[in-house]
Design a protein around this ligand. Sequence first.
Ligand SMILES: NC(=O)c1ccc[n+]([C@@H]2O[C@H](COP(=O)([O-])OP(=O)(O)OC[C@H]3O[C@@H](n4cnc5c(N)ncnc54)[C@H](O)[C@@H]3O)[C@@H](O)[C@H]2O)c1
Ligand SMILES: [Zn+2]
Length: 336
Amino acid sequence: METLETEVIFLKRLEKIPITKGSFLFYDSIFEKKYPKFLKTFPNKIALKSGEKLKSLESIRDVLPLALKATGGLPCAEITFLSFGGGSVGDFVGFLASIYKRGVGLVHIPSTALAAMDSSHGGKTALNFLDIKNQLGTFYPAKHVFIVAEVIDQLPSSNIQEAWGEVLKMGLISGGSLWKKIDQNFWLVLPDLVSAKMRIVAKDPFEKKGLRRVLNLGHSVGHVLESRLSLPHGKAVFFGVLFALDWSLKKKYLSQIEYEKIKILILAAPQMSQAFHQKRTFLNLVSNPHFELLQDKKLVSPHKIEETFILKPGKVVREKISIQMFKNEWKRQACV
Ligand SMILES: NC(=O)c1ccc[n+]([C@@H]2O[C@H](COP(=O)([O-])OP(=O)(O)OC[C@H]3O[C@@H](n4cnc5c(N)ncnc54)[C@H](O)[C@@H]3O)[C@@H](O)[C@H]2O)c1
Ligand SMILES: [Zn+2]
């Protein structure tokens, strides 16, 4: 497989999603009450409890018998697994689809802001192992990603708030027109966020050339905060991006003028301004991030992590940084 070919389709209503004989729906159990009519249209389905525990080998073992029973007798080419949920459901179902009978069809119906803009695109699947995040995984793109207005419009504002770290990240990486409208309504900016991610993924679909790694902006710090403090992924990434901005300024990658311009935009956006001043507090809650940094998938040589720094919106640079330097910077930012 040389490319990741996914078709992203924006729909108004869930009922427009095509169902075939081989469709098997895996959905977040919170939808039992919210979308009963849609769920009823699937003869084969299973409810999943979303969250990090779902992304485990134990869950694979639990759901496999049902999948085997429901799809028995069907040729592989006719089987499609659909995920209807946030990033945890998508990561789990994506992984399962990639290994089940050596790969069956995959469709994502993202139901959180983070899944709609980020996790359902780009073909990465993941399970956690021994409580360490995303240690098992495959590259397995969905055939289709259906982004449904009926679902995204009903999201609680707290959910959109949680994705804001990823929104800020994409805006800083892409720059241009996306950066200019970064503080607008999520639904309006969503198509641009998706295309921006897919443009980067297309240059390096299987992360072989390193080009895709810029998407990890803010994620080393983000993953530490996420696993130590159980912060939602997007919120943890938000602080990670702020960390990268301050470090970029210190290393003189970013000029003071550019830094101030970015800060003005962040503070003007209600979704981000509240959390802006909390970074130091959260960094202070982790005394030593050593263990998590060693597990980081951006580790490029023993004790070195590849980090992404910001020159200005639309221009970023990657640099290998020793874990010791990382820890020093953590201490510095926790104090200032
Ligand atoms: N594969 C990738 O490229 C990629 C990228 C980024 C993040 N991720 C993964 O995504 C996960 C985080 O994503 P997430 O926050 O979407 O996870 P999630 O699936 O755990 O959902 C978060 C919460 O939102 C609830 N929820 C889901 N849909 C809802 C809706 N429509 N209305 C109200 N509540 C709803 C869920 O029940 C859950 O409580 C992490 O496991 C992260 O590692 C993967
Ligand atoms: Zn992320």
